[in-house]
Design a protein around this ligand. Structure first.
Ligand SMILES: Cc1ncc(COP(=O)(O)O)c(C=O)c1O
Length: 450
């Protein structure tokens, strides 16, 4: 157990009485009280090195002083006046900044939302309105959020979709290129992109390409287990879209804002998308999301089809401007790339020692460690992931897993080498303890993940 857990236990017990389960994915009973940089303190005063960044929503670290100052200063001016009816300067400044840091040397425009999910809904509206087509292609394993539109785009969990239908129609899901677990039994070095051919077959049999408005892709599929597609796949998919008049949209909600050592993860593939959806770290965890798209696409949707009263809240806009400045000033893109390479190397060394680790992948401080029961069958080691994450929490590291068995390593980009070393040592010790059978089954009642 964590050193001291009294207050935390009490708060968690009360929470269970009054909060609905639909919004929860439990790993351990952590009650967050405060955070600075890459360190979180719980309600009992225990400290943790954060390897999760509030689900990649706090890339510049917790309560960065420059972000905090920006929030306080703006709160003193005005907390909110809706930009649906009026205008404000932080919104305009932020929109300009976003058009500059996003890839694409063409005129872009921006609309804001409150959370990644609603901006993915907005993407559907833009794509349909601009092209006059209704069909949207997404991927199996995609997580795009939990509003109706974004759930309809997602295909990662039956529980997310059960009992709540009908969902938004005319959305189709194709296989994501997952080289470690290739559905077509191929090796990346020698494959002929059978996964893309599989998609093209759909265009020849039942899915008329001229009715498809957009393909929406996570350039690195996050919640499905941090899957990095081959560059050649993304390029050919983009070309296929262009050939058929289909918009290429990317969801950067989790992978954006320096996570992969670039402002946006699609830059790792040399593609300029038509629509970019962003959220999470944009404003360091304040409720904000945005869509940046080619101006002509944005202009296709009339008012007030994507207007929210509290959108582009000026406090959130100031927090976002401060966040972007911190990423620039503290050179967090380089830091993410360099420390990410180091971290990946350390996990690869662990892979040499423990056959439990089947694959280590990712770009930047954005690493998935795929735990398997057997390296040949690649059967997912779900229990191992749950137990290791729980033990890490007990020892002062916040680590989670996704896709049942993939350790999710996404610390705040401001994390230091000393902190990451300490966290990696604790993770390795927890792996050893798991392999020795030292972590009791009891923890599985709590560490469920998804
Ligand atoms: C890739 C991706 N898109 C969209 C979302 C939804 O964002 P939000 O939870 O802010 O609505 C998430 C959240 O985890 C995500 O990872």
């Amino acid at each position: 157990m964590a050193v001291n857990a009294k207050r935390c236990e009490n708060i968690v017990a009360q929470d269970g009485e009054v909060v609905g389960a639909a919004c929860r994915v439990p790993y351990y009973p952590l009650v967050v009280k405060s955070g600075r940089g890459a360190i979180i303190e719980d309600a009992d005063g225990n400290e943790y090195i954060d390897m999760l960044s509030s689900a990649a929503a706090t890339n510049v670290g917790h309560s960065h002083p420059k972000v905090v100052d920006a929030i306080i200063e703006q709160a003193r001016e005005v907390i909110h006046y809706t930009p649906v009816y009026t205008y404000h300067e932080p919104l305009v400044k932020l929109a300009k900044e976003l058009t500059e840091i996003t890839p694409g040397n063409f005129k872009k425009k921006v609309v804001f939302g409150l959370t990644g999910s609603d901006s993915n809904d907005g993407m559907i509206k833009l794509a349909r309105a601009y092209t006059g087509r209704s069909k949207i292609i997404s991927f199996i394993g995609a997580y795009h959020g939990s509003t109706y539109g974004s759930i309809s785009l997602s295909a990662i969990s039956l529980n997310m979709r059960r009992k709540i239908g009908p969902l938004v129609p005319d959305i189709y899901h194709i296989n994501y290129p997952h080289c470690y677990r290739c559905k077509f039994g191929k090796k990346e070095e020698s494959c002929n992109l059978e996964c893309l051919q599989d998609f093209e077959d759909k265009f020849k049999s039942y899915l008329p390409p001229e009715e498809v408005a957009a393909v929406i892709m996570e350039p690195i599929q996050g919640d499905a287990g941090l899957i990095v597609p081959p560059q050649k796949y993304v390029k050919k998919l983009y070309d296929l879209c262009k050939k058929n008049g289909i918009l290429f949209a990317v969801d950067e909600v989790q992978q954006g804002f320096g996570r992969t050592g670039k402002w946006f993860s699609i830059e790792n593939f040399g593609i300029e998308p038509d629509i970019i959806v962003m959220g999470k770290s944009i404003a360091s965890g304040m409720p904000m999301s945005a869509i940046v798209a080619r101006a002509e696409i944005m202009d296709a949707v009339g008012p007030p089809a994507h207007a929210f009263t509290t959108m582009a809240n000026p406090i959130c806009c100031k927090a976002a401007l401060a966040t972007i400045n911190v990423i620039k000033e503290e050179k967090l893109l380089e830091h993410s790339k360099n420390l990410g390479e180091y971290t990946k190397e350390r996990f690869n060394k662990m892979k040499d020692k423990y056959s439990l680790i089947g694959d280590v992948r990712g770009i930047g401080l954005n690493i998935g460690v795929d735990l398997v029961k057997d390296r040949n069958t690649k059967e997912r080691a779900q229990e191992a992931a749950a137990k290791i994450c729980y033990r890490c929490w007990e020892k002062g590291v916040l680590l989670t897993f996704f896709a049942n068995n993939v350790l999710r390593v996404q610390p705040p980009l401001v994390i230091t080498k000393e902190q990451i070393d300490k966290a990696l040592n604790i993770i390795e010790n927890s792996i050893v303890e798991y392999l020795r059978g030292d972590i009791p089954d009891e923890v599985l009642k709590v560490a469920k993940g998804w």
